[in-house]
Structures are given as structure tokens and as C-alpha cells.
Design a protein around this ligand. Structure first.
Ligand code: NAD
Ligand code: UD1
Length: 339
């Protein structure tokens, strides 16, 4: 079984490609390298002894997509490609809508032309906005997004839902990730943010390795266990496994399938810092700063639907998330720039 993986050498895509190869699924990767390095392909080959077929190109390039579909008998697509920085999306909304929304539409058109009607889309818990109730189930309200990145995910969900309504032979799976963290246990692949990390775990990792002086904790006056923000952090290897389950269980079934990928457990910023301190064996400095604009107090997933329908649940612990992140960061202090 061949699966086109857009954005396949990015953070989540690279871990998913390894899980696919291990599951006997052949990834065909398309990536424009806007947020990733070719060295990832070498690492995938080292880990699996297989070098995936790779196309350098943009998901908005329909000719390129048509070529890939003509050269391979592809049964499904996993669509990771997109831009993901919330702050950048506020400054560059047109770029975000073009890449994330237009890219998804060009891809869907090319798939239809090629007769490929199975797609797994990387959505985000951000589509739920600020939840009134936790844990968040898949039928919780969506759409109250607070930034262009979040809106781009919500709009693509709407576009794909309308596509399914019009053409019910499609199999469309929307996976709403909570907070993917961690790295492959080998330490050979992991998250390599460009510039200042926006997200908590890579920032903590860079403090631990000495690239940043301290962690700025954005607010300690939320109505949470210790006043800091609470999120559902999930090991990226579990996220990868969720894609394999989705491909195998619903990937061939016509329908609009929607699942949360989370652990069902919320952790505070200070809990994450403690777990990381334990993993790296040193106390990490932090300072309490004001709340970050647009942040919510807490969110975590209801995991029942994915458990029941995909027979999938996250198995890796918080300590594994911290230990694997540290293993990757300490072996690659400058990320893939060390290669
Ligand atoms: P990433 O930036 O590491 O990976 C995205 C990959 O897509 C990169 O390799 C990049 O070069 C490529 N890409 C970007 N635009 C492209 C285009 N137009 N054509 C071809 N390739 C393109 O991001 P990630 O963390 O692996 O996230 C993957 C997907 O999951 C994204 O769609 C993201 O929005 C979504 N998501 C991520 C998170 C998270 O916390 N990492 C959470 C929720 C959803
Ligand atoms: C962010 C995005 C969200 C995206 C998600 C996963 C924002 C507003 N939201 O959410 O759209 O889907 O990442 O990619 O950016 N924190 C600190 N110090 C830091 C960094 C973070 O205290 O240096 C805190 C935050 O205030 C939050 C928690 O850590 O309470 C997690 O932050 P982050 O990793 O950015 O994830 P989200 O806020 O869930």
C-alpha cells in the first residue's frame, strides 16, 4: 500500500513515516523543505533501512501532484503540509490561508482527478477554541478560533466536510491533535523549530541544553491546579501510531471520520518543567511572566471515540515524553543543523 505523505519530513510527518514503514505501508513524500531538512531522509533510512521516495515540491503545485499520482499507485494521502506558527499567522494571514487552505484544495482536486478518495488531514485541538467543558469530545462546538492559523484548520475541516456531503464516496479523516511532544526514542529524529520556539516543550529543551537562559512561564493566575496553563501533551510516537490506526481502520471506508489524538490527561506548565528537570538531571530556571495573548486556561481530550472506533490510545508516559525529547535535544543541540 502506497500513501502520499505531504509534509512528510516535518516533525510529525517524519515520525509517522517511520511508523508506516514499520507497518508495511510505503510512504511517498512530498515536501517543499520550508520547515524541514533533507537530513531527515537519511535518519529515516538509518532507522528503517528504507529510503522513502521523496519529491521536493509544493502541495499547491497541481502539476507536481498530478505527476506523483501518475507515477505511483497511491491509495491514500496523509496531509501534514502546512504552516503552523500561531504568531506568524497573525502577521501573515494571506500566506497561512494560501498554504493551509489553498494547499488542501489543490491537493483534493488532484486526488479527485487521480481517483484517490482517501485522505487523513492534520487538524488541531485549536478548532475547539476556548472549551466550556473538559474533556473535549469530538462533537464539542468548533469554530471559535482566535487566530488565522486556527481558522485555516477550521476552514479546511469545513471544506472537507462539504466535499464529503457532495461526494460521499470519499473517506475523509480529520485528526485533531492536542499537543504533540517528544521524539523517536533513538534520538535520531525530533522537533527542530526554526528560530525562537513558540511551543512549550521545545523551549524547555533549549533551556536544558543551554540555548536559552530560562523558561518564561506565561501566567500563573489561571484557574488550574497550580495557576499555570494546562494542556494535553501527547508523545509524537503515539500520534504517529494514531495515523496508522486511522489508515487501517477507516482509511478505506467512505465517511467523514473525526478523532481527537490526545492522552485524556491535562498537565500544567510547571508539571512539564518538573518532568523535564527529572529527565535531564538538572533544575531548570524559569520566570513567571504575564499571560500570553490568545491563550486558554486548560484543555484536554476525550479519548473514548478513538479508543472505541480506531482501537487506538496513547501509551507513552509523561516521563517518556520528557526523556525522549531530552535524548533528541542533547544528541542534536542545534537540531538538524548539526548534521
Ligand atoms: P512541521 O512544520 O514540522 O511539518 C510540516 C512540513 O510541511 C514541513 O516539513 C514543511 O517543510 C512542509 N510544508 C509546509 N508547507 C508546505 C507546502 N506548501 N508544500 C509542501 N510542503 C510543505 O509541522 P508539524 O509539527 O509536523 O505539523 C504537521 C501538521 O500538523 C501541520 O499541518 C500542523 O498544522 C499540524 N498540527 C501540528 C501540531 C503541533 O503541535 N506540532 C498540532 C496540531 C496540528
Ligand atoms: C499552541 C497554539 C495552538 C496549537 C498548539 C499546538 C497558541 C496561542 N496556540 O497551543 O494553536 O494548536 O500550540 O501546536 O500559540 N508556555 C509557556 N512558555 C512558553 C511556551 C508556552 O508558559 O515559552 C505555556 C503556554 O502559555 C501554554 C502551555 O505552555 O499554557 C502550552 O503552550 P504551547 O506549547 O504553545 O501550546 P498551546 O498553547 O496549547
Amino acid at each position: 500500500m502506497k500513501v502520499l505523505v505531504t509534509g512528510g519530513i516535518g516533525y510529525i510527518g517524519s515520525h509517522t513515516c517511520i511508523a508506516m514503514i514499520e507497518a508495511g505501508i510505503e510512504p511517498i513524500i512530498l515536501d517543499n523543505l520550508s520547515n524541514s531538512k533533507l537530513a531527515v531522509l537519511d535518519r529515516i533510512e538509518t532507522l528503517t533501512s528504507i529510503r522513502p521516495v521523496f519529491y521536493q515540491g509544493d502541495v499547491r503545485d497541481q502539476d507536481k501532484l498530478d505527476l506523483i499520482f501518475s507515477e505511483h499507485e497511491i491509495s491514500s494521502v496523509i496531509h501534514f503540509a502546512g504552516l503552523k506558527s500561531v504568531g506568524e499567522s497573525v502577521a501573515k494571514p494571506l500566506e497561512y490561508f494560501d498554504n493551509n487552505v489553498n494547499g488542501s484544495l489543490v491537493l483534493a482536486r488532484s486526488m479527485r482527478k487521480a481517483g484517490v478518495k482517501s485522505i487523513v488531514f492534520s487538524s488541531s485541538a485549536t478548532v475547539y477554541g476556548d472549551p466550556k467543558v473538559v474533556p473535549i469530545s469530538e462533537n464539542s462546538p468548533t469554530g471559535a478560533t482566535t487566530n488565522p492559523y486556527g481558522r485555516s484548520k477550521y476552514i479546511v475541516e469545513q471544506c472537507f466536510s462539504d466535499l464529503f456531503a457532495a461526494e460521499p464516496l470519499w473517506s475523509i479523516t480529520l485528526l485533531r491533535y492536542f499537543n504533540p511532544v517528544g521524539a523517536h526514542p533513538s534520538g535520531l529524529i525530533g522537533e527542530d523549530p526554526q528560530g525562537m520556539p513558540n511551543n512549550l516543550m521545545p523551549f524547555i529543551a533549549q533551556v536544558a541544553v543551554g540555548r536559552r537562559d530560562f523558561l518564561a512561564v506565561f501566567g500563573d493566575d489561571y484557574d488550574t491546579v497550580d495557576g499555570t496553563g494546562v494542556r494535553d501533551y501527547i508523545h509524537v510516537m503515539d500520534v504517529a501510531a494514531g495515523h496508522i490506526a486511522a489508515l487501517k481502520i477507516v482509511g478505506e471506508k467512505a465517511g467523514l471520520h473525526i478523532y481527537n489524538l490526545g492522552t485524556g490527561q491535562g498537565r500544567s506548565v510547571l508539571e512539564m518543567l518538573d518532568a523535564f528537570s527529572l529527565a535531564c538531571g538538572k533544575t531548570l530556571p524559569y520566570q513567571i511572566l504575564p499571560r500570553r495573548a490568545g491563550d486558554i486556561a486548560q484543555c484536554w481530550a476525550s479519548t473514548e471515540k478513538a479508543q472505541q472506533e480506531l482501537d487506538w490510545h496513547a501509551t507513552r508516559t509523561l516521563n517518556e515524553m520528557a526523556a525522549d525529547t531530552w535524548n533528541w535535544q542533547s544528541k542534536n543541540p542545534q537540531g538538524y543543523s548539526d548534521c
